[in-house]
Design a protein around this ligand. Structure first.
Ligand code: MRU
Length: 360
């Protein structure tokens, strides 16, 4: 799928086990600078997730998995080799809780932490060194599985599309947000490779500009035809007849198909419905949370007003002290979603009856 210059060759998160570190592309600096950070403490991992140096639901899960593995390694190093599991577990669970407090909406964060917690429990009878080795294997599996999931999403997604289509996407559900290929972008990369000649329109995605900074960066680098638009231009490109499908990622999908994704996604879905354009949500099963009955159960992260009033601007663009509301995500109602694409197949409405069978 990749050419050497393409963003597909970037690994946004990886483990450097020899140095007990996570090597992370600082996504806040893209597209102006490609800088990798070396994270060795839980506090650094927490900060990197909170500040969106690593972002996108799958990449957050991968970083959290590595972060908890490194925490386990440090905890075990500070204990006698024959320390009881309960002693290790108390600190291990505290580290997991701490990492889980970084961002609330993307379920992949909790899904990854819970996977490592369950792994530790399964190996509780073994020496600490073996528990830590198993945690490393589990954390690496999360990354490897994500790459496979994205590949599969790409094939299923492509089956919904035709050559020459205009595609609209919101935020960045791309290779930077995953182990590789992305979720909503996977069919774009695959289609590009197979000569589909898509015309992609990327919403800039206020306030943090993931579409402008990240999606156009990675699609352009891969040679895909991409056009940047402001969020409030989605309607005109749809009305112009330039969009035949909208493709977005998600941070958490409830059992009834309601899908939380970057703020503004639900507006795109409403527009798509108006213009009779299919609206597809790309959801690796790591992002489906059947414990949430509906979108009302999804905790939406609120972020600093400063991201709306002054971030990115040379000078503030709102009067000092003005109130600003800054929800990082919204929930797209299941009734607006044409299909939910998973790595195990494509779910169609009614999602309350169809979605669960794809979660294995
Ligand atoms: O706040 P972010 O940048 O982490 O939000 C990211 C999104 O909303 C993505 O669309 C979603 O996580 C899917 S990434 C494959």
């Amino acid at each position: 799928m990749s050419t050497p210059q393409s963003a597909l060759s970037i690994q946004s998160v990886r483990l450097d086990d020899a140095n007990s570190a996570i090597i992370l592309l600082d996504q806040t600096l893209i597209p102006n600078e490609t800088r990798y950070l070396t994270l060795t403490t839980q506090e650094q991992v927490w900060e990197a997730i909170k500040e969106l140096r690593v972002r996108g639901a799958p990449a957050i899960g991968i970083a959290a998995g590595y972060g908890l593995y490194l925490a386990a390694k440090q905890i075990a190093a500070g204990l006698p080799a024959d320390a009881p599991f309960a002693t290790f577990q108390a600190s291990f669970l505290a580290a997991s809780k701490y990492l889980g407090s970084s961002r609330p909406t993307a379920v992949n964060l909790f899904w990854a932490l819970e996977r490592l917690e369950a792994c530790a429990l399964r190996h509780a009878a073994q020496p600490l060194a073996e528990i830590v080795a198993s945690l490393r294997t589990e954390a690496e599996a999360i990354r490897a599985e994500d790459e496979q999931m994205c590949k599969s999403l790409g094939e299923y997604g492509l089956s919904l599309l035709k050559p020459g289509m205009g595609l609209l996407t919101h935020c960045n559900a791309g290779t930077l947000a995953t182990a590789r290929y992305g979720t909503a972008t996977a069919p774009m990369y695959l289609g590009h490779e197979r000569g589909y000649d898509f015309k992609v329109f990327a919403d800039e995605t206020r306030p943090l500009l993931q579409g402008a900074r990240l999606t156009t960066f990675e699609l352009q680098s891969a040679g895909i035809d991409v056009t940047l638009i402001c969020d409030n231009m989605a309607s005109i490109v749809m009305k112009n007849g330039w969009i035949q499908a909208a493709l977005v990622g998600c941070d958490r999908v409830a059992a009834n198909g309601d899908a939380a994704n970057k703020i503004g996604t639900s507006g795109v879905a409403i527009l798509a419905k108006h213009y009779n354009i299919p609206f597809y949500v790309f959801a690796p099963t790591s992002t489906i949370d059947l414990k949430c009955a509906t979108g009302d159960d999804i905790h939406i992260e609120l972020r600093s007003p400063e991201e709306v009033t002054s971030k990115w601007y040379a000078r503030p663009m709102a009067p000092a002290g003005v109130k600003a509301y800054n929800p990082a995500f919204d929930v797209t109602d299941h009734s607006l979603i044409s299909a939910i694409v998973t790595e195990n197949g494509i779910a169609y409405p009614p999602y309350s009856q169809t979605l669960a069978q794809f979660v294995r």
